[in-house]
Design a protein. Structure first.
Length: 243
């Protein structure tokens, strides 16, 4: 197994926890301002998770638990475990969705689950925040069954400037400690940690604006996969199989 130490970021998971604790009171309100772009992650994930009856799914980070709601509407028999580092966000999730199954984690580098426990793993906009991305991906590998499927999303490095401009103009809950990695780097990390990439897709080229403009952006990026244009999509999806 590759040592995760050389891949450690300059912040800690505790710093990430502190940011999301602070952002928790406005998290849902700010996401509702860009609801279509926000919920796109769930709709895409459902198309690629390949869910089946009674599958055990790990959702990390679960934030307000909305992904779990989408999953169970699609396949009610699925058992979703929502893992979250922020206790304040867990409180928000519990208030919004009282029946949600949640579990607090203290570190992305050591998850409190047994080996080969989950059939499917969902990790949306989390990799860019974790203290040690290699250790995190190794943990997702450890807790997954053989041939498990992982659906992961992460903004690319090209999103850093647009994110800062958007935050300056419109505010929002902020991203806290993060580093948006180039897609090629994410692919290297996945390969190093035992995940076979079966599909990569850049999405959300134009996140805000009238629906015709947003849809035009999605049609354009859909035709430009594998080019620099696809790397401009603010949400890059990676669908993987454990090997």
């Amino acid at each position: 197994m590759i040592s995760p130490e050389p891949y450690r970021q300059k912040w800690t998971d505790a710093d990430v926890e502190a940011h999301w604790d602070q952002a928790a009171p406005i998290y849902i309100k700010e996401n509702d301002k860009v609801k279509a772009a926000h919920d796109q992650r769930f709709l895409f994930s459902l198309r690629h998770l390949d869910l089946y009856c009674n599958a055990k799914v790990l959702n990390v980070s679960s934030r307000d638990g909305e992904a779990s709601e989408y999953i169970n509407c699609h396949e009610p028999s699925v058992d979703v475990t929502n893992a979250e580092i922020s206790s304040k966000l867990m409180e928000v999730a519990a208030q919004a969705r009282p029946s949600l199954k949640q579990l607090k984690i203290d570190s992305y580098s050591k998850l409190p689950f047994e080996d080969e426990q989950f059939d499917r793993v969902l990790s949306l906009e989390t990799l860019e925040h974790v203290e040690n991305p290699i250790a995190f991906l190794q943990e997702l590998h450890r807790v997954s069954i053989p041939d498990a499927r992982l659906v992961l999303s992460c903004p690319p490095a090209t999103s850093e400037i647009p994110y800062r401009v958007f935050t300056f103009l419109f505010g929002g809950h902020g991203e806290g400690p993060h580093k948006f990695p180039p897609s090629r780097q994410v692919k290297e990390w996945l390969k190093l940690t035992g995940w076979e990439l079966i599909h990569h897709e850049g999405t959300v080229l134009i996140p805000v604006g009238p629906s015709w403009l947003v849809n035009f952006g999605e049609r354009m990026i859909g035709k430009m996969q594998g080019t620099f244009i696809s790397e401009l999509g603010i949400r890059q999806f990676y669908v993987c199989k454990k090997y």
